[in-house]
Design a binder for this molecule. Structure first.
Ligand code: DQA
Length: 147
């Protein structure tokens, strides 16, 4: 089984960027944590981060057909990324959208999540643990062994 882990704009700055909101873990810490969950389920992780919507779409178009699930933190693209939305709608994969912070407690522009209608579910506000929970869900529920 292959799990895709995609992070959008500015998430390469985790660990330095606004720690009060996003915590002190780096993106590599998070990738390692998700890999540990995947390995326990005999799955592997293809991790990708980009600050460019088009590069994320290129990655998903290429890797989506060979994958079994997707964990995506789209960063701010979650609020207005309609091209990314169309791309996710076109993927035949279970998808969990993760936001580290509780976007609904923050500025009004963060309350709109345009990917909602094309993802399986969302985890917001649980910090970096949200990624592991999303991966565990996909590996246990949405892509169980042998199916
Ligand atoms: C974020 C929330 C977004 O509003 C913001 O633009 C980010 C990070 C989060 O993980 O909480 O870049 O996706």
């Amino acid at each position: 089984k292959v799990l895709l882990l995609v992070n959008g704009p500015n998430l390469n700055r985790l660990g330095q960027r606004d720690r009060a909101v996003y915590g002190s873990e780096t993106l590599s810490d998070i990738v390692r944590r998700v890999e540990a969950v995947a390995h326990r389920h005999g799955a592997s992780v293809r991790a990708f981060q980009s600050n460019h919507e088009g590069a994320i779409i290129d990655f998903l178009q290429q890797e989506g057909p060979n994958a079994d699930g997707l964990v995506i933190n789209p960063g701010a693209l979650g609020h207005y990324g309609y091209a990314l939305r169309d791309c996710l709608a076109d993927l035949c994969l279970p998808i969990v959208e993760v936001h580290i912070s509780n976007v609904h407690k923050r500025e009004p522009f963060r309350h709109q999540l345009v990917l909602s209608g094309v993802v399986t579910g969302q985890i917001v506000g649980l910090g970096a643990a949200g990624y592991e929970l999303a991966a565990a869900y996909l590996l246990r529920q949405a892509m169980p062994e042998g199916e």
